[in-house]
Design a protein around this ligand. Structure first.
Ligand SMILES: Cc1cc2nc3c(=O)[nH]c(=O)nc-3n(C[C@H](O)[C@H](O)[C@H](O)COP(=O)(O)O)c2cc1C
Length: 114
């Protein structure tokens, strides 16, 4: 079993990553493989509802979302972590998740998310 942990902060080694390392450590102790994926420091835009992913199986914007999607295919579970920006999850993470979920929805329909 493998769990993919997504660091939705622009800081690769920041507080979000530290929190995810704690989660990964607890999962590792249970014999569950983990991998932390960082969404990167560039702004990540949201879904523009073009529908292109339905035909391509991937987002038309070829950024870290598609890199993560490739890893997600082998994951049995996901943990998304992100910093609070103005009382909500950071915008880049929300855009990232929207664009990740649409093309992966079918394959991930039985996969737990947190
Ligand atoms: C634009 C922006 C808005 C923020 N808004 C909040 C907030 O509303 N509440 C809060 O507690 N922290 C807020 N913070 C602080 C971050 O949540 C905090 O620094 C976070 O731990 C950073 O995590 P990271 O090191 O993984 O990037 C904000 C930071 C930024 C850059």
């Amino acid at each position: 079993m493998e769990v993919l942990l997504v660091n939705g902060s622009p800081h690769k080694q920041g507080c979000t990553n530290r929190a995810l390392e704690e989660v990964a450590s607890a999962l590792d102790a249970e014999g569950i493989e983990t991998q932390i994926f960082w969404i990167g420091a560039k702004p990540v835009g949201g879904c523009v509802a073009c529908g292109g992913c339905a035909a391509r199986g991937a987002c038309v914007f070829n950024d870290s979302v598609n890199e993560c999607r490739a890893l997600a295919a082998d994951a049995d579970g996901f943990v998304f972590g992100g910093p609070v920006h103005y009382a909500h999850a950071a915008g880049s993470l929300l855009g990232f998740m929207d664009r990740l979920f649409i093309p992966t929805a079918a394959q991930a329909s039985r996969t737990p998310f947190a």
